[in-house]
Design a protein around this ligand. Structure first.
Ligand SMILES: [Zn+2]
Length: 425
């Protein structure tokens, strides 16, 4: 089978700066939009980022209709509700204000209202049909209010498919927002635990993008339109992922401990975007693949600072809990890159040997997790050895990311990785 020889650099246009949300009216006018669906969730709908967005759109004479029913953990049902709203509303543009869930919901609403199809048509293989998006979408401008998902830069929308209790997604470069409005004013009031989880999500995005299977070790696509958004590590994703790891390692703890530290908070938000460009082009691998059943099978765990009525293992937490075990496992495939990642996190690697690479990187991740108050492994969020087979079963269909593991992982390997993730220190 011939191997891939090409890669591309796809990203949204990004505008960064304190207060830039006030310019979103102009950003949509520039796109030619006159009637816009503003997608957010019910927790944010009466908060400042939404108010500033609506006011800015109004100032440019744009008819803005608020949709505040994006689910915090989107499902096919919540996506379909937003799609229906979009189809009925006859919009010529979309603005998403919120975390990854609101941005992903807006991507789905834009996709299916622009190119109507049966819902499973564009959903990733093997769960859906994985058909490529047939053409351009309407302009979507994303205004992230958490520093973590990087969804403003990617062509990916993640959701839970309720009938099989699995997370899957839609991935195509046409889903990518035309612009990300990255405004540090919008992350000022983020609760500590949310800031920690989203921050560690972006750290893991960057670490995965740096160490993921290289693009030229992936089979070549039969047609350029079949080249995946997650292409594998390449020289461009490398740059963005590397710099994101440095910025997060230097600023995340300070930004969480003191949210009034505008400089640290701004750096973390910018780093989320860098990490998003890194993994949006390079891809993620096992920590993300393994995270989906960890989130999906939650029983009664409620993290501090989250609404008590809904058991939840936040995405970033579910991802980073698997990360130390994964990097100990994958280091053998590319020890130099794993050591380089540890160096970017601030480790002195001058005396480290290639055999140490996994342990050194895992140690740095664990140290960061402890500093920001993560639970000690999967056992601390309600899982035990008896759950491991089910967790493996939930990971196996996540081909889009598991196939990009730098070291192939069998079901038996995944089992061991989950076992090793039960307790981390
Ligand atoms: Zn993530």
């Amino acid at each position: 089978m011939p191997l891939e020889t090409a890669f591309s650099m796809d990203t949204s246009s990004i505008k960064y700066g304190p207060g830039v949300t006030r310019e979103v009216g102009w950003d949509m006018e520039e796109q030619g939009a006159r009637r816009v669906m503003v997608v957010t969730d019910s927790h944010l709908s009466d908060k400042e980022p939404v108010a500033v967005t609506l006011e800015a759109l109004g100032r440019h004479g744009i008819d803005a209709v608020l949709y505040d029913r994006a689910s915090v953990e989107p499902t096919d049902v919540s996506f379909k509700e937003a799609i229906q709203f979009a189809a009925d509303g006859n919009f010529d543009g979309f603005v998403a204000v919120g975390g990854g869930s609101s941005i992903d919901t807006a991507k789905a609403a834009n996709l299916y209202s622009t190119h109507p199809a049966d819902f499973m048509t564009y959903v990733n293989l093997p769960i859906g049909k994985g058909e490529p998006v047939p053409g351009a979408l309407k302009p979507l401008v994303a205004v992230p209010t958490t520093a973590g998902t990087g969804s403003e830069t990617t062509g990916v929308a993640i959701f839970d498919l309720l009938e099989i209790k699995a997370k899957t997604g839609i991935a195509h470069r046409n889903l990518r927002p035309v612009k990300g409005i990255v405004d540090p004013n919008n992350t000022k009031s983020l609760p500590k635990m949310i800031a920690a989880c989203t921050g560690l999500d972006q750290l893991t995005h960057a670490l995965e993008a740096l160490t993921v299977l290289p693009y030229n070790q992936r089979p070549a696509p039969e047609h350029p339109k079949l080249r995946p958004a997650y292409q594998g590590a390449n020289p461009i994703s490398h740059i963005w992922a590397s710099r994101a790891i440095e910025m997060i390692s230097q600023h995340l703890v300070r930004a969480i401990e003191d949210p009034s530290n505008d400089q640290a908070r701004g750096e973390v938000l910018l780093a989320a975007t860098y990490a998003g460009i890194g993994f949006g082009n390079g891809g993620c691998h096992l920590p993300h693949g393994m995270s989906y059943p960890v989130s999906g099978m939650v029983r009664d765990y409620v993290p501090e600072g989250y609404p008590p009525e809904q058991p939840l293992i936040p995405h970033g937490m579910a991802v980073v809990l698997n990360a130390p075990a994964v990097f100990r496992f994958t280091a053998r495939a590319n020890p130099e890159m794993h050591l380089y990642a540890a160096k970017l996190m601030g480790e002195d690697i001058s005396d480290a040997s290639p055999e140490d690479a996994g342990e050194v990187l895992a140690g740095n991740i664990v140290e960061m997790m402890r500093k920001v108050g993560m639970p000690n492994g999967l056992s601390a969020v309600g899982y035990g050895p008896d759950d491991v087979d089910k967790l493996v079963e939930g990971t196996l269909p996540q081909h889009r990311v598991t196939k990009l593991s730098p070291r192939p992982a069998s079901a038996e390997d995944l089992k061991q990785l989950f076992m090793d993730s039960l307790t981390l220190w």
